[in-house]
Write a protein that binds this ligand. Structure first.
Ligand SMILES: [Zn+2]
Ligand SMILES: [Zn+2]
Length: 381
């Protein structure tokens, strides 16, 4: 494994310099597919546009382990100053370049020792994680029938945990996340004669305030919930009452029931407040993912594997993190684990920041977890 260290870093830097956003990952996908074909895997491309499934047949018959990696970048103008920084206005600011690198390297390592594998290893490269819609698109495109998975694993590197650390949670890893849009419709007119109008700005302000009570008054104090309105758009001038205001926001919760309850409360409060002020609303669920929840039996297995790769003292459980990830869609259908790989690097910012970076020393560790897992398919629950 150590011998591949420089290849790992070269791969990561090559990918980092060439990020692409959701469903646009054409160059990325062809790079991945080429390397997988060269390694001798059976490769299927074009699943949900840019998704890939590649199968490595083991030397002995057995069950099927899926290793999933997401491949998209974010529409962020990189300002890390790295010599391999992206210059195309898109940035691997979440570490998905690292995810691709680890899965690809594991595939190449395993291809050279495939006779030692008792089963099949399926590599699933997923587009458009950041838009919360790539996993669902692959599922709608029939990926479940292609992979025929017994167990699925994947990792997200995390630059707020130290390098060397591997977090394998027994249950919840990441929150469920919704993106929503509320359109508040009134009746515009002269700012001097509000009585002849229905003011959607005032209705929107009341809606935003009233929605703060969902987490404060309707969710158990034991449960985590977040409601954020990140964007308010409406109106064109100080003396004109607008026809319409658009509110965009996000919901987060660790528990699927809580997640659903928050969404229902927002719809109810939005409609009720609007009606009381003579406005009307439409609530649109734009995209979303359920909470990312590990299977405890697979978690025990991955914990053992990770201890071999990273050392016993380096594997633990971390508090769930309020970000979302559509790995949840696969984990809702296949028993599996999303483990967290520590990747902190001094002087960098967190995920989704233009100054995000991670310590590349995490890459051989994550790769080794994948390789050791594939060599222990017989040990899977
Ligand atoms: Zn992200
Ligand atoms: Zn991510």
């Amino acid at each position: 494994m150590a011998a591949r260290g420089s290849d790992i870093i070269a791969t990561r830097r090559y990918l980092h310099a060439r990020p692409e956003t959701g469903f646009e990952e054409h160059q990325t996908a062809s790079y991945i597919a080429d390397r997988l074909r060269k390694a001798g895997l059976e490769v299927q491309t074009g699943i949900a546009e840019t998704g890939i499934v590649a199968t490595l047949k083991g030397g002995k018959p057995g069950r099927r382990l899926v290793i999933r990696a997401d491949i998209d970048g974010l529409p962020i103008d990189e300002s890390t100053g790295l010599e391999f920084a992206s210059t195309n206005g898109v940035m691997h600011a979440c570490g998905h370049d690292g995810h691709i690198t680890m899965a690809l390297t594991a595939a190449e390592v395993l291809a050279t020792i495939s006779d030692e594998i008792a089963g099949d290893v399926v590599f699933l490269f997923q587009p458009s994680e950041e838009l919360c819609n790539g996993a669902v698109a692959m599922i709608e495109d029939g990926v479940m029938d292609l992979v025929k998975a017994d167990v699925i694993i994947g990792t997200h590197l995390w630059n707020q945990a130290p390098v060397g650390y591997v977090g394998v949670n027994q249950s919840t890893v990441f929150a469920g996340a919704d993106l929503f849009e509320i359109t508040v419709k009134g009746h515009g007119g002269h700012g001097a004669m509000p009585h002849l109008t229905v003011d959607p700005v005032v209705a929107a302000a009341n809606i935003i305030n009233a929605c703060q009570t969902v987490v404060a008054r309707e969710i158990s104090p034991q449960e985590m919930g977040v409601v954020t309105f990140g964007s308010v758009q409406g109106g064109s001038a100080g003396n004109v009452i607008a026809d319409e205001v658009k509110l965009n926001g996000t919901i987060r919760a660790y528990n699927a029931e809580t997640h659903k309850a928050i969404r229902e409360s927002l719809e109810r409060i939005t409609a009720g407040v609007a009606e009381s002020l003579r406005a009307t609303t439409t609530y649109s669920h734009l995209a979303g993912t359920p909470p990312v929840v590990n299977n405890p039996d697979v978690a025990n297995w991955v914990t053992g594997v990770a201890m071999q790769a990273a050392g016993e003292d380096s594997v633990g459980e971390l508090d769930p993190i309020s970000v979302g990830d559509d790995m949840a869609e696969f984990l809702n259908r296949i028993p599996g684990v999303y483990f967290i790989l520590g990747a902190s690097k001094a002087g960098t910012e967190g995920h989704h920041n233009a100054k995000f970076d991670f310590d590349e020393a995490c890459l051989p560790i994550g790769t080794e977890v994948f390789v050791r897992a594939a060599l222990d398919i017989e040990g899977m629950p």
